[in-house]
Design a protein around this ligand. Structure first.
Ligand SMILES: Nc1ncnc2c1ncn2[C@@H]1O[C@H](COP(=O)(O)OP(=O)(O)OP(=O)(O)O)[C@@H](O)[C@H]1O
Length: 675
């Protein structure tokens, strides 16, 4: 077992701790002393006996979270060092190899065995070596050739970085080991960056329901490895921060625990939803408590919760003709794919997902059509999440929200001093930020005509030419675009370039409006679940569900989310959503005209909820069209009573309401109808 240093002892560093050359010599010295203390002798044969399968399986089970986040990063790291006679290893916090990637041909047979899963590289077992020593010291370091304690390991060069979980505990190590003749001084930097990437991925996953703020003094570093990430409870209590966040805020983890969102960022946490609307809104400038100005992007619980817990999501009912949803294989562990979360049984959505899966990885540009709030942005993120580019950036550009005069520089970037007001060091622009990953062009229908030709050139030639620069830069991005506009009409009017349209529309998919979906009820249940903590689930009355199902939802999911969020607050997470828990403006809208298709029992319930919610305000001022809901309900009752010659039971039965409902309204009904 490795001795764990208290987190604060490591001080404030923006990236994983790494030992300087001098420190490194000291560390190796100390490690040699420890190796002697462990009773290891340099010339002894290391223990390379096969580990028990059970032990390895237990370790894999115990480290599933680490493995899941590290495996994709290991692949990327291996791509960088391929052909260098090296291997990438992931170990547990105790130094057991969990996973290895690479070709062992460069090694003697014994060393080959040493790098297989199950082998123990703790200092106690192998003396000084990069894995064991990095885990003991909680520092990234290289142990090269003769620096190894055991003679048998002196043929190796190893660079290793510890991996910390979001609570500051070392949970494993990432290592590149190779033939000592193939030593490269950049290897350690690569390993450190990869370890940081794993840590950031874990951050994103471990606090799905919290508020996550990503920030950096330079906006172009948002979404990169060096961004600060801090996590707060919905009430603004500090939960965790990565190393870069601690560095930028200037406080260690222990001191941060006494802080809140507002004490660190100067604004109340409640202001965030106003400030950061949309799923990938533009970064905003905030001022830290120490006066440093940072660019920030925020992930709020409600935006992500829906997709956060695959284990919470029941598998959708699979339509008879649909193929079984694919599972992503990550080493031993199977994961549901992001697209799968969105497949909740509506046949139109299932067909969209089916088509998207077929083109996945084929470099075919996807265009998503759909009304506002139908989930285009979420779908784009899911496509990226399921693609081989998922470890790379997903960069979203909302062409409608950037002023015309800024969109060019936002997209293509600019060189220092390219125009008045340009930032000192220039900006790389969104297209280059997305390099290797996915560029999501939201509201593409709003792209100014004069920039369409430039965008087309980038997509055709895969090169970007930042403003004010003579250099062209190669770029590799998957492109997803979205719009709620009818692009074909725009082409006919000459507002959108046809050639750009054909470049973007490799596969066109349309998301149905919420009112068209057949899985409405399931979707409501899932959203409700995501709005409550700790597995609590608020119930919803049949009448309310009926009303929601019949409503036309012009704002689609966005509107439904907002409505349910309010209703859950009103009803409480252990309660039941009744009519009186719905927002007044929604009920008013229904009263004022959207009641044509509502059955009487729903109308009655609405009237009743108003009566209970605002007893004194019932039929004060009728609306201009004279269609107050109260009036509609009363006249329906009066008509039915006339039809049944004053027989209350028969009228109530025909209306689908109780007799008491009619009796309660007796005073407001015309006297002749009750017989
Ligand atoms: N299938 C879904 N189930 C539950 N919530 C969803 C679903 N799709 C989208 N949402 C939620 O609805 C909101 C709007 O989604 P999104 O931004 O993806 O829509 P959009 O079509 O891109 O909107 P716009 O056209 O206005 O940009 C978000 O809060 C998102 O989390």
């Amino acid at each position: 077992m490795t001795a764990s240093k208290p987190r604060e002892a490591r001080g404030l560093r923006a990236s994983p701790p790494v030992a300087s050359a001098m420190d490194s010599t000291n560390l190796i010295h100390q490690s040699h002393r420890r190796s002697l203390d462990y009773g290891i002798t340099a010339h002894a044969e290391p223990d390379f006996s096969s580990p028990s399968r059970g032990l390895l399986n237990d370790a894999l089970d115990e480290n599933r979270f680490l493995f899941q986040h590290a495996a994709p990063v290991m692949e990327t790291l291996y791509d960088q060092i391929v052909n260098t006679h090296s291997m990438v290893l992931l170990t547990s916090a105790r130094g057991m190899v969990l996973h290895s990637l690479g070709d062992t041909d460069f090694l003697e047979k014994a060393s080959r065995v040493a790098l297989t899963p199950g082998m123990d590289w703790s200092e106690e077992n192998k003396g000084t070596n990069a894995i064991g020593t990095a885990l003991t010291e909680e520092e990234a370091l290289t142990v090269h050739g003769n620096q190894h304690f055991m003679n048998a390991n002196k043929v190796l060069t190893c660079s290793c970085a510890p991996i910390f979980d979001p609570y500051g505990q070392v949970i494993g190590a990432l290592d590149v080991t190779g033939d000592h003749r193939s030593f490269h001084q950049h290897t350690l930097a690569l390993v450190r960056m990869s370890a940081q990437m794993i840590e950031n991925h874990m951050f994103a996953d471990i606090f799905p329901k919290a508020i996550r703020i990503h920030f950096h003094t330079r906006s172009e570093f948002l979404g990169t490895l060096v961004e600060g990430i801090a996590v707060f409870s919905p009430e603004g209590r500090f939960i965790s921060a990565n190393r870069s966040a601690q560095f930028q805020i200037g406080l260690p983890f222990a001191a941060l625990k006494a802080h809140t969102f507002s004490s660190l960022f100067g604004i109340p946490v409640s202001a965030l939803s106003e400030l950061f609307t949309g799923t990938t809104p533009n970064p905003k400038q905030l001022c830290l408590h120490n006066g440093v100005s940072v660019w920030a992007r925020v992930k709020l619980k409600a935006q992500n919760a829906w997709m956060a817990h695959p284990q919470d999501v029941q598998p959708p009912p699979t339509p008879a003709n649909a193929q079984p949803a694919p599972l992503k294989q990550t080493g031993k562990r199977m994961q549901l794919s992001s697209l799968q979360y969105l497949d909740t049984g509506d046949p139109q959505v299932s067909s969209v997902i089916h088509k998207l899966r077929r083109v996945s990885g084929r470099d075919i540009p996807v265009m998503i059509l759909g009304e506002t709030g139908t989930g285009k942005d979420l779908l784009a993120q899911a496509i990226h999440g399921d693609s081989s580019r998922s470890g790379q950036p997903f960069v979203s550009v909302n062409c409608a929200s950037i002023p015309d005069n800024l969109i060019e520089s936002e997209l293509f970037g600019y060189e220092e001093g390219a125009f008045t007001g340009a930032r000192k060091k220039g900006s790389i622009g969104k297209i280059l930020q997305a390099n290797g990953g996915t560029l999501f062009l939201d509201e593409i229908g709003d792209m100014p005509k004069h920039l369409q030709a430039r965008l087309l050139r980038v997509l055709q030639e895969r090169k970007v030419n930042p403003l004010g620069s003579t250099k062209e830069m190669e770029v590799d991005v998957a492109v997803i675009s979205a719009t709620h506009k009818n692009v074909k009409d725009m082409i006919a009017r000459g507002d959108f370039r046809e050639d750009l349209y054909y470049r973007l529309n490799g596969l066109v998919v349309r998301l149905p409006a919420l009112r068209e979906r057949t899985d409405f009820q399931l979707v409501v249940q899932k959203i409700l679940k995501s709005l409550c903590e700790n597995g609590q689930r608020v119930a919803i009355s049949l009448t309310v569900m009926d009303l929601l199902r019949r409503y036309h939802w012009p704002g689609n999911f966005r509107q439904l989310h907002n409505l349910l969020r309010t209703a859950v607050v009103m009803a409480g997470c252990e309660g039941e959503i009744l009519m009186e828990h719905l927002p007044d403006d929604f009920l008013e809208e229904i009263e004022h005209g959207y009641n044509a298709h509502l059955p009487p029992n729903v109308l009655e319930a609405i009237a009743h909820s108003h009566a209970t919610a605002t007893p004194t305000a019932v039929p004060s001022t009728p609306d201009p069209d004279g269609h107050r809901l109260q009036d509609v309900a009363l006249s329906a009752m009066a008509n039915m009573l006339r039809l049944h010659k004053g027989n209350v039971s028969a009228a109530a039965k025909a209306l689908g309401v109780s007799r008491n409902t009619i009796y309660r309204k007796r005073d407001q009904l015309p006297p002749d109808v009750l017989g």
